[in-house]
Design a protein around this ligand. Structure first.
Ligand code: UDP
Ligand code: MG
Length: 317
């Protein structure tokens, strides 16, 4: 019988672990799906990992790992994928905002032969206006850059083992899980779901962290900003040609003393272009530097008893 693994990244979610574990195991037992749950405590500052240990002791199908510090949701997802052994893997938030009752539908589609089942938001749930707007802009830009419709996509998805293995073999350290499954291809379908209210606690995202996330992911998936530098260069050349001709004409006509405003404007404009370009290039160099260092995506400091096999950076007592 096929095994379904569920990966649950958890950061400061002590109130959610026991409830989520219970909701999921009840559901999967009722549906007679063989399952395992993999909780990753992403450097939580509260008792999240202790909660995971507790549920893992009572249910051998639950595994957990703890990061040595907060490495971010992407890292938790990949660490979770690494620890799974299932034939199909679902990634979902552990605050139950991704409704568990969609799991049987995903499972059924997987049994019909689909290899990637994307959860698509039918509405974004209750979010603050600032969040909605920044998320809206983020998805617009992302969709343009990576040429896929990202607006309704999320990290809630089911992946076949094949796809999980492909993702785990990618050498890059800066990953964007949501878009990588599009990139990987495979036989894909979608399932609509309604974003639920958070079960307990508060969202871990701020507008600033979301903006950082946007820039990091946009640049990890596209080199378009670098080409923007070339475009800006061409615009300046065109403008200098026009102004150059104008200046020459004025010089020849003998009234060249004027035009100081133009000089100031030009210096400001070109200075701005150059600095912006350097910033963009610098950002990519920083990303290359990070990749070249080749540090692991995450460090696991502790795993529950039932975790077998080798996890990157795992330290076992
Ligand atoms: N999360 C994580 N590491 C982080 C931030 C968040 O593992 O650094 C997890 C979090 O515990 C939750 C999921 O990612 O299970 C989504 O986070 P959250 O609910 O805060 O985001 P939102 O649903 O508001 O987008
Ligand atoms: Mg949430």
């Amino acid at each position: 019988m096929a095994l379904l693994s569920i990966v649950l990244p958890s950061y400061n979610e002590e109130q959610n672990i026991a409830n989520t574990a219970k909701v999921l195991s009840d559901l999967l037992e009722r549906e007679e799906i063989k399952y395992e749950l993999v909780f990753i405590s992403d450097g939580s500052k509260d008792a999240t990992y202790e909660e995971i240990q507790k549920v893992a002791e009572n249910n051998p199908r639950i595994k957990g790992a703890r990061f040595s510090r907060n490495f971010g949701k992407e890292a938790s997802i990949f660490a979770g994928l690494r620890l799974t052994t299932g034939d199909a893997v679902i990634v979902m938030d552990c605050d139950l905002q991704h409704p568990p009752h969609t799991i049987p539908a995903m499972w059924k589609l997987w049994q019909e032969g689909y290899e990637v089942i994307e959860g698509v938001k039918s509405d974004r749930g209750k979010e603050s206006l600032g969040y909605k707007m920044s998320a809206g802009i983020f998805y617009k830009v992302m969709s343009k850059l990576i040429k896929m419709d990202m607006n309704a996509s999320s990290d809630y998805k089911l992946l076949d083992r094949k796809v999980v293995d492909v993702l785990l073999q990618l050498p890059e350290k800066n990953t964007f899980f949501r878009a990588l499954t599009f990139w990987a291809g495979f036989k894909t379908t979608t399932v609509e779901y309604e974003v639920q209210e958070r079960a307990y606690g508060t969202s871990k995202w701020s507008v600033i962290s979301l903006m950082k996330y946007a820039v990091t992911n946009a640049t990890s998936f596209s080199t378009l900003p670098l080409q923007l530098v070339t475009v800006m260069g061409m615009v300046s050349i065109l403008m200098s040609a026009i102004l150059g001709i104008q200046t020459l004409v004025r010089y020849l006509m003998g009234n060249s003393a004027e035009g100081f405003t133009t000089v100031i404007l030009l210096i400001l404009l070109i200075g701005g272009f150059i600095m912006l370009s350097l910033g963009i290039i610098g950002h990519y160099i920083a990303r290359i530097y990070e990749e070249v260092k080749g540090r692991p995506k995450y460090i696991i400091s502790e795993v529950t008893e039932n975790v077998q096999g080798e996890a990157v950076g795992t330290w076992k007592k």
